[in-house]
Design a protein around this ligand. Structure first.
Ligand code: BYC
Length: 322
């Protein structure tokens, strides 16, 4: 339905005032006026992010029982629990935009929602726990450090805390890698094999190239994103190549070379066909991850029922006391 002319004028004035606030570097808070598109874009991006944290627990959760020492087991458990916490912060942040997290969870469980492509790959050896911490959490930090300055206040604040925890995750991952790199020939081979498998999917975490990123223009205009997908990917490569060299690893890219003139590590072409297949639901583990998530949700039904019964009991006793 077309809006009457006065309503359109009012809306344009509101959008202009909103964009002026963003240009002045102000934070947008839940009760502030915002364009419906801004709200929708944030719900899309934040819910995908929350889902990624929750599904991201699965590949590493698979290795908790097989950690090689008590110390490794404790830090892996802590990391996986942290990811659950990150999911919760971001679901809470999404609720400030007027959506119910149950609705978002349903979209995840029935396969309608997206989550990060990286979690649709298998974790085949203990070395994957090191490489995920180093590369996957490392990529997440590059993305999320910039998101800590996003224009939506609750999302930005959640990112500050999450980045601190991700830093610990990255360090524990890199430490596993450094230990394996200094280990036996078999340990070094296991590590290199994991790097060869995970390197390209880690680069895909930053999303399609800028020329194929339909959401970027709007998100950059409203400072939800502060850097493009390709800019962040390049930053990640520049930070990571020296870390690989430091522990004697090679990266599986014959085109990787340092360009003195730009100060960038140039890298080869990403397999975008593979990326789009994975985000369409046809990656190596998409079905397995969704089945595991649905199973975990079903197994947790009694906890939700008990919590609801407890809350109802508390409510009854406080009503009676009043
Ligand atoms: N995987 O227009 P584009 C973690 C989708 S969890 C899947 O560039 P945008 C961790 C995209 O959604 C880290 N889908 O999108 C947890 C869009 O589809 P729709 C998760 C992807 O939003 C546990 C379409 O492709 N981090 O670190 O401008 C253990 C076109 O893309 C992906 C976040 O979620 C992908 N990789 O930019 C360890 C960060 N890339 O919705 C670690 C927050 C793109 O139009 N999100 N798509 O159907 C972002 O920063 C941005 O949303 C993205 C994509 C850079 C990911």
């Amino acid at each position: 339905m077309e809006q009457p002319i006065t309503a359109q004028a009012d809306e344009s004035a509101l959008v202009a005032a909103f964009e002026a606030r963003i240009a002045a570097g102000e934070s947008i808070e839940p009760k502030d006026w915002m364009p419906e598109r801004y709200r929708k874009q944030l719900v899309r991006m934040m819910s995908q992010h929350a889902h990624s944290e929750v599904v991201g627990m699965l590949p590493e959760g698979n290795w908790i029982t097989r950690a090689p020492s008590l110390r490794r087991k404790m830090s892996l458990i802590a990391k996986v629990q942290d990811e659950a916490g990150h999911g919760l912060y971001i679901y809470c942040g999404t609720e400030t935009l007027g959506v119910d997290r149950h609705e978002l969870l349903e979209q995840l469980l029935d396969g309608r929602a997206k989550y990060s492509s990286i979690f649709n790959y298998p974790t085949l050896s203990w070395a994957d726990m090191g490489v995920i911490g180093w590369l996957v959490d490392g990529a997440a930090i590059v993305n999320q450090t910039i998101l800590a300055k996003t224009s939506y206040g609750p999302y930005a604040r959640a990112m500050v805390r999450i980045c601190k925890e991700e830093n610990f995750h990255k360090r524990q991952g890199y430490e596993i890698c450094a230990t394996l790199a200094n280990g036996t020939p078999a340990q070094r081979a296991m590590l290199q094999e994991a790097v060869d498998r995970i390197w390209w999917p880690a680069l895909m975490m930053f999303g399609p190239s800028d020329t194929d990123s339909p959401n970027s223009a709007e998100l950059l205009k409203w400072r939800v994103k502060r850097k493009t997908n390709d800019e962040l990917r390049q930053r990640f490569v520049n930070l990571t190549v020296p870390q690989a060299i430091a522990i004697g690893l090679t990266l599986p890219d014959p085109d990787l070379r340092f360009d003195e003139s730009t100060g960038n590590w140039e890298f080869g072409e990403i397999d975008w066909t593979e990326f789009f297949q994975v985000i369409k639901g046809e990656g190596p583990c998409n079905r397995e991850r969704l089945a595991a998530r649905n199973q975990a949700h079903a197994d947790g039904a009694w906890v939700r029922e008990a919590a609801a019964a407890h809350a109802a009991k508390q409510q009854r006793s406080s009503t009676q006391a009043a």
